[in-house]
Design a protein around this ligand. Sequence first.
Ligand SMILES: [Fe+2]
Ligand SMILES: [Fe+2]
Length: 179
Amino acid sequence: MNNSLKVLFDEHEVITRAADLAKNAKALIGKNDEEYELTVSELIRFFRIYADQYHHHKEEEILFPEMAKKNELLAEGIIKEMFDNHTYFRDLIRDIEADLEAGDYVEVSLKIDEYTESLLDHIAVEDEEVFQTAYSIFSEDDLDNINFRFMDLDRELGETKKKDFADMLKLLNNPQQVF
Ligand SMILES: [Fe+2]
Ligand SMILES: [Fe+2]
């Protein structure tokens, strides 16, 4: 099978790790608030840059418009739903950041639960439905072309920076290395 969408599946794995870290961070509340605050701010940065700039933009600027061009029903159905989800994630991250600045950790952790649950559902729909549909509607050449554009986008945004964000999650797994 053509492997052109591999980068999106790989990014989903990294984003899923970040979602797990975000969910688990609430254990720090009341025990080490400073570390909780730092961990959540690092994860907000990760979701904004890695998940949104690198990943969602591959979908929003490249994959989804190409799928929409091929099939109008997709454009009005699942693709629209995926775009709406991305907007919801952006808004929620903004709210989480505001609650964190206000020091309302309970609200932060409730919204993080909502965020991570919706994000994981979204990823499952893309992996199991949207990307499978993409494989079925595109030719090999279409898929290769999409993959080249993905690579261009990573180069534009910075490949080293992308790797640094994925590596940062490993440090968050072991807070002593960071703090
Ligand atoms: Fe998405
Ligand atoms: Fe995605």
